[in-house]
Design a protein around this ligand. Structure first.
Ligand code: FES
Ligand code: FES
Length: 158
């Protein structure tokens, strides 16, 4: 397997990585950079647990090869809080119990962050559409939707 040196801007920081041709962004983040907040659910594009932002767009990191992303900007769940301060969205997830086992939460937060950045006042239908690729086995979704709605009234994704 050929190895490639690539540069990614991850959570605002330039990272030089040596990755094999067949390594997905998910494994590059978790196994090379140690950013284990991004979760591996299905590795097949079905669950959304691995969602990160690539140049601001929510992306299943299990479906893209790291080598294809040379020079691109990646935001993971570790990049949301600034100086230890959670975003309003993260705070509302905690406050409204939108988290149970937590496995889907990083992906949900990334999908919802992208939504609130492009649409600061989403309707319930907008939220449902934004989360269509993110599965949660625990919460029944309503608390997640409520947390996103509340965040939109309290500072959004920031
Ligand atoms: S791990 Fe990527 S969509 Fe499930
Ligand atoms: S909180 Fe468990 S899968 Fe969503």
């Amino acid at each position: 397997m050929t190895n490639h040196t690539i540069k990614l801007i991850v959570n605002g920081q330039e990272e030089d990585l040596l990755v094999p041709s067949n390594m997905t962004l998910l494994h590059a983040l978790r196994d090379v950079l140690g950013l284990t907040g991004t979760k591996n659910g299905c590795e097949a594009g079905e669950c959304g647990a691995c969602t990160v932002l690539v140049d601001g767009q929510p992306t299943n990191s299990c479906l893209v090869l790291a080598v294809e992303l040379d020079g691109r900007e990646i935001t993971t769940v570790e990049g949301l809080a600034k100086d230890g301060k959670l975003t309003p969205l993260q705070e509302k997830f905690a406050e409204l119990n939108a988290v149970q086992c937590g496995y889907c939460t990083p992906g949900m937060l990334m999908a919802a962050t992208a939504l609130l950045r492009r649409n600061p006042e989403p309707t319930e239908e907008d939220i449902q559409a934004a989360l269509v690729g993110n599965l949660c086995r625990c919460t029944g979704y309503q608390r997640i939707i409520d947390a996103i709605k509340e965040a939109s009234r309290n500072g959004g994704a920031q």
